[in-house]
Design a protein around this ligand. Sequence first.
Ligand code: 6PG
Length: 413
Amino acid sequence: MIIVVMGVAGSGKTTIGTMLASALGCRYLEGDSLHPAANVAAMARGIPLTDADRAPWLAAIREQMVSAVEDGRDLVVGCSALKQVYRDTLSTGLPAVFIYLRGSPELIRSRLLEREDHFFEADMLDSQLDDLEEPRDALVVDVSPPPAVIVDLILKQLEARMDIREFTDIDELSERAAETAATVITAAVELRGRCALMLSGGSTPRGMHEILGSRFRDAVPWPSVHVFWSDERYVPHDDPRSNYRMARETLLDHVPCPASNIHPMPTSFDDPAEAARAHEATIREFFGDASPRFDLAVLGMGADGHTASLFPDAAELEERERWVLSVTADAEPPTRLTLTLPLLTSSDVTWFLVTGSEKAAPMARVLAGDASLPATLVQRGAGRVVWWLDREAAAQVDSMSASSSAKGGDAAD
Ligand code: 6PG
């Protein structure tokens, strides 16, 4: 995971970032150390940096972030990242979490004036505050408490983090999800030369698929996209219940994704367990010696909290070696193939698309950390998880969040 500790100069990025990296057992990268000399000189003379000045600096930081992701290392980065466009430049296609150190200008100015050797002059603070666009989807922490308290709060928030995005209805959700998926898929191809995309079944993803297959037919480098599934019903691929058939009808028959890039779970073996072993061999061949790492997984959640075809209390939830299993579930149809938790938590970015009033109760249980739900186990084990909810599915989550911020007292104000 990549953590970017952001905020204006004097907000404590170096202190907090260093302590956080130490607590997480990973490296801290001081973003300011990557400023070109001309930027350092300009700031020392009190000349505010422009977007053009910051471009090479952001590129140098992103290079370090990409390298950490490729090496499978966590990394904490200290970077002001004042504008959304800077944050997008740094993080697109990467499992990055932003932590915004927020403080009053008075407090921050007083801290800057206490510093001697920093090349940044306190009177530059105003230009940084002018540039600052407070982030939409960052963890926000107030910088008033002592550093140790701040770091402890961050660690707690990281552990409980649920990135929940609420939309009016499934149509708006599908539009936004398709737009974002197109960006993530394209960024993955730019970064790695290919995108490993994991789709799921059910009905919720249909809208997003249809928009990707129409509005984004030409925008996404589909010839470099490889498609896998989180699970499959053990029925022929032309059966109306087939997840593969659903994806073909709504997306894959409309985009130039080569057949060799489409990896459906096989359902023609007499023995589903043999089909599972065959598909596991396909996935292992695709990733070769590298650890499996999908660029984007799009999952759903059932009203009982199942995801893929991992159901509550299922023995398959304990599997840590196999990547694909055949299961018999109390669902229609009962026989299925499913990825196991090691694979379902192996994506840089994992999405849950959840809509409808019957999902409100399980959503609240996931938010409360109910580990009896398979969806909670994926939330906990995966890197960056984003929940795409319509208003109905978010109903109980909203009330829980409101009550928890009320409990938070001043901190939430
Ligand atoms: C499947 C899916 C399954 C699905 C959930 C939610 O094969 O059914 O992979 O995990 O995502 O059951 O389904 P809906 O989107 O239809 O609610």
